[in-house]
Ligand binder design. Sequence first.
Ligand SMILES: N[C@@H](CCC(=O)N[C@@H](CS)C(=O)NCC(=O)O)C(=O)O
Length: 203
Amino acid sequence: MKLITSYTSPFGRKVRIVLAEKRIEYQLIEDNPWSAESSISTLNPLGKVPVLLLDDGRTLYDSRVIVDFLDHSSPVGKLIPHDHRQAINTKRREVLADGISDAAVLIRLEQIRPPHLQSTEWIALQQNKIEHGLEHIASELDEKKWWGGDLFSLADVALGCTLAYLDFRLPELDWQSRHPSLAKFYSKLEERPSFTETAPPII
Ligand SMILES: N[C@@H](CCC(=O)N[C@@H](CS)C(=O)NCC(=O)O)C(=O)O
C-alpha cells in the first residue's frame, strides 16, 4: 500500500503513526498539496493529503477514514476500542484534536499571505477555536494516563500530532505554559518510537 502525504501534515503524521503502531508496511510518496506540481487532486477531488492507495486499487481519504480502515485491517495494536460506545467517544476525541489542527493550518495559511491581505480577526477566530479546544481536552485529560483512561488509543495519536503541529507552526501560542497537564501528556508521547520516527522536519 502507498501513503501519499507531505512530511509536515498533522493528518498525514497521524496515519504514519497508526501504521507504525500497527506494524504495517507501506511506501510513502511525498506530495505537497500547495505546490503547482501536486497531482493529489487526481486522487482526492478535495486536493488534500493524506491519501492511501490500496493494493486492490481502492483510494482512501481522509485521514479519519484511513485510520479506521487500518485499525480494522490488523488486530495488532488496536487503537479504536471494540465497544461501540467507547469507539464513538474515541472518534469524537479524534475529531476535536483534528479540528484544532484544522484551525492551526488555517492560521498558517493566513500568515503566509501578503501582510496587507491578512485578517487579524480571522486569525483571532481560529486562535479561539484552538484555545477552547485545548481547554476542553485538558479538562477531560485531568490526571488520566491517556485521554481515554488507561488504554492508549487513536485519540492520543491525534492529540499528539496536533500538539506537535502547534509547536512546529505556531510556537508563539505557547500552549504548554497554559496547559501543564497537556505538556506532561505530550512528553510521555514523545518517548514512543512511532512519534520520534515521524517528527516534522527541522526547518
Ligand atoms: N480532514 C482532512 C484534512 C486534510 C488536510 O487539511 N490536509 C492539508 C494538509 S495539512 C491539505 O492537504 N490541504 C490542501 C488544501 O486544502 O488545498 C484529513 O483528516 O485528512
